[in-house]
Design a protein around this ligand. Structure first.
Ligand SMILES: [Zn+2]
Length: 258
């Protein structure tokens, strides 16, 4: 029996087994990754809103202290207005008073605008915080489930990966590159064994002469229907054991009557 073909078929069995483990995890790994991504994104938005709130609150404190200062000045100017001796002094004070009045009005407008902004930002942050609490709990549950699932299959997967690593050097580069190319296109199955004269991948019949040649276990063919690599039944049996008896007998009796 050709050792390379035997190893190639064995690699397929190992990879199919790994695929099965991965398939059993279903969409959970993707879901966890997606949740993590959205969670990070939302947390960044919340941080940005919280930062905006802080900036606005600092601004509010500054305006409040400016207003207090302006009011004090205004009181002082108003007091001085009665003590001036010349028209020029009176005009100068009046100008100061008008200016302080104008600035007080401007500050009051700004405070109004900022407090509306603050109110909106705080409501937004609150909503986001609630949303995040829910998302975090969903994420943690999914992650826990995934970790549990991974732990359950980790040992098995590790063993399979170990077997895979051992088998790889026994296969020629030529076969490996065909294998890697065909596998993704054929639902993960690039190499099949003959089963009673039909392709083990698509169940189409293989020419009789070719079946005989393949079953010596020394060569392969490419299925003209599904494009998979077909090895002899003898290789399949060597790796998988004897095929299910019912199928086998049906095929055998079919052949016998021909
Ligand atoms: Zn086929």
């Amino acid at each position: 029996m050709n050792e390379v073909l035997l190893s190639l078929y064995q690699l397929q069995r190992i990879d199919s087994h790994i695929d099965e483990l991965v398939a059993n995890r279903g969409e959970l790994p993707e879901r966890v990754a997606e949740l993590r991504f959205v969670l990070n994104e939302r947390e960044a938005i919340l941080a940005e809103i919280e930062n905006r709130i802080e900036v606005n609150e600092t601004e509010m404190r500054k305006i409040t202290s400016d207003t207090t200062e302006l009011r004090e000045k205004l009181d002082k100017y108003k007091g001085q207005q009665f003590e001036v001796k010349t028209t020029r002094e009176y005009d100068a004070i009046s100008f100061q008073i008008e200016d302080a009045d104008r600035r007080l009005r401007e500050d009051s407008d700004r405070m109004g605008r900022i407090s509306i902004e603050l109110e909106n930002a705080k409501a937004e942050a609150e909503e986001l915080r609630n949303e995040l609490t829910e998302m975090r709990s969903e994420f943690e549950d999914s992650e826990k489930l995934l970790n549990q699932m991974m732990a359950d299959t980790a040992a098995e997967e590790k063993q399979l990966q170990g077997e895979r690593k051992k088998i790889l050097p026994k296969i020629t580069q030529n076969y490996l590159s065909i294998y890697e190319r065909v596998r993704p296109a054929k639902n993960g199955v690039a190499v099949v064994a003959l089963r009673g004269g039909v392709c083990g991948g698509c169940y189409n019949a293989v020419p009789r002469q070719l079946v005989l040649e393949l079953n010596r276990g020394e060569k392969h063919t490419v299925c003209e229907y599904c494009g998979r690599i077909i090895v002899g039944e003898v290789i399949g049996t060597a790796i998988d054991g004897v095929p299910e008896p019912v199928n086998h007998e049906v095929e055998e009796s079919g052949e016998a009557t021909q």
